[in-house]
Design a protein around this ligand. Structure first.
Ligand code: GAP
Length: 490
């Protein structure tokens, strides 16, 4: 990692701690690698990220607007499935025997590395970690390491009670495909979306929250007719990229990269990643925020027939030496019947799979900015400002009385309560010089500050300050709520 890149990342990490966005999990006990806690600001930011996604996918999705060439309108519904599911699910979809990284252990210091991240034949850790006689450290040969966390259900021990924490939310949608279809009036094409925790026992969690062992996914499975699947793939690929742009990530730092044929999973008919130029990467480097995959009929067919493998370009059930399926499917009918065309088929699936924590981290990195502003005495001072999109900002508005007397606190509190009643997450602050109060809000990315001053009692107006333009407009106190709501919705 370059020095400048390192420095910017360190600055963002330090701000996250200082202003209550993200803390190391279990910090007072020395922390637990790969796990993170969201503080009072972080929890609001991440909630806003999730809500922006959910609104875009479900509540605000206007299904009367269809992409060019699509035959029908499409519907979107939500789902929440359990974290622990029947272990057969993970056997059938391939996570049980294929979801692993190759790892290498240092025999002396017991450190563990991903084999693709270790370039030398010696342990990369400091010599002080190797106090033994061996000057040359002994690394093991690469071995498979399954990334699923195991636990035990009920009182059974051993294999019988062994279950897994889900490594993705996607399987919850596939195994409920028939339930959703049978209990709603949905017609293909439609999507099922879910937000929830996933767990992967990453060998080397790193880069702050980017690669964690517990993280949150925002995934959607879009079921469509095979003949229309390429067109829906293009639609979701472009729409998902635009979502990040609309929430303030400049296209300079964002790219949509199509996978080369060699990178595709055996069943995928196309995959593109939305990638962000995270500051912890070398200049010109991008890290994945989201993958949009055309998964064909792989998932539903697997849950019908059993684990599939590719043979001579065809997906066939994997069989053991006796010819029986290696991992049996449910045997249930997960096909779709189109009552207009009288056609029965296994739908194709387009899957935009995003990470809520990675998106939150990208919004944090993108928002971080420094400029210079004059203080009360006119001296230029460095200002740290988080330029979050107003929809994502943890706190939308701050209300201040200029001073703590002459009725100003009462007037400011009235505005504060009106904002709260309108569901605007706002704060009231009367401590310290006004410039310092503005800077406190800039540092957590509050887009609007409202100040009641000595003139308010006469003209019933307040100062409305914009974090980014620094414009200070005088507006009627009665208009504050409408003005804040109007600007947040823009
Ligand atoms: N169902 C497909 C699937 O899970 P994935 O690319 O493995 O695809 C989707 O995961 C997204 O989940 C990633 O693009 C990333 O944003 C997030 N994600 C995956 N592993 C992660 C980890 N260890 N830490 C944080 N986020 C992760």
């Amino acid at each position: 990692m370059g020095k400048t890149a390192n420095k910017k990342m360190d600055t963002v990490v330090a701000l996250c701690k200082r202003r209550g966005f993200i803390f190391q999990s279990s910090e007072i006990y020395g922390g637990l690698n790969g796990f993170w806690d969201y503080g009072p600001m972080g929890v609001e930011l991440k909630r806003n990220v999730r809500e922006a996604w959910w609104r875009d996918m479900i509540t605000n999705n206007d299904n009367t607007i269809v992409p060019e060439g699509a035959q029908r309108t499409f519907s979107m519904v939500g789902l929440e499935t359990s974290i622990i599911m029947h272990p057969q699910i993970w056997k059938v979809c391939g996570h049980y025997d294929l979801f692993h990284d190759m790892m290498i252990d240092c025999r002396e210091c017991k450190a563990r590395f991903r084999s693709d991240q270790i370039a030398t034949s010696e342990c990369p850790l400091k010599p002080s970690k190797h106090p033994g006689e061996n000057e040359k450290c002994q690394l093991t040969e690469p071995r498979e390491f399954n990334l699923m966390f195991k636990t035990i259900v009920g009182a059974l021990s051993g294999e019988e009670g062994t279950v897994f924490l889900r490594p993705e939310t996607a399987q919850g949608m596939f195994v409920n495909f028939k339930n959703v279809l049978d209990t709603s009036r949905l017609k293909i094409p439609f999507g099922i979306a879910q937000i929830g925790k996933s767990f992967r026992n990453e060998i080397t969690p790193r880069n702050f929250t980017f690669r964690s062992r517990e993280f949150e996914q925002m995934e959607m499975e879009f079921f469509c007719h095979p003949n229309e699947s390429q067109q829906w793939y293009q639609y979701w690929r472009d729409r998902r990229y635009q979502w990040y742009v609309n929430l303030g990530i400049t296209s300079d730092n964002l790219q949509l990269r199509d996978h080369d044929p060699g990178e595709l999973s055996h069943y995928s008919l196309g995959t593109a990643d939305v990638e962000y130029a995270f500051p912890f990467l070398e200049s010109g480097g991008y890290g994945e925020l989201e993958g949009i995959a055309h998964r064909g009929d792989f998932d539903l067919r697997s849950h019908i027939e059993g684990k599939l493998v590719c043979e001579d370009d065809n997906l066939v059930v994997q069989r053991d030496v006796d010819g029986n399926p290696e991992f049996r499917g449910s045997g249930k009918d997960l096909t779709y019947f189109d009552d207009q065309t009288r056609e029965r088929f296994v739908p194709h699936v387009i899957e935009p799979a995003a990470g809520a924590d990675r998106a939150t981290l990208a919004f944090l990195c993108e928002a971080y900015d420094e400029d210079e502003q004059p203080d009360e005495k006119g001296v230029m001072k460095k200002r740290i400002v988080m330029r979050f999109h107003p929809k994502l900002a943890p706190i939308k508005a701050a209300v201040f009385p200029l001073i703590k007397k002459e009725g100003m606190p009462e007037q400011a509190l009235k505005i504060y309560r009106e904002l709260k009643a309108a569901d605007v997450n706002c704060v009231y602050d009367q401590q310290g010089a006004i410039g310092r109060r503005y800077r406190r809000q800039d540092e957590i990315g509050t887009p609007y500050c409202i100040t009641v001053d000595g003139d308010t009692a006469n003209d019933n107006c307040v100062t409305f300050r914009d974090r980014d333009t620094l414009a200070q407009d005088r507006i009627p106190a009665n208009n504050v709520v409408d003005e804040v709501l109007r600007r947040i919705r823009q």
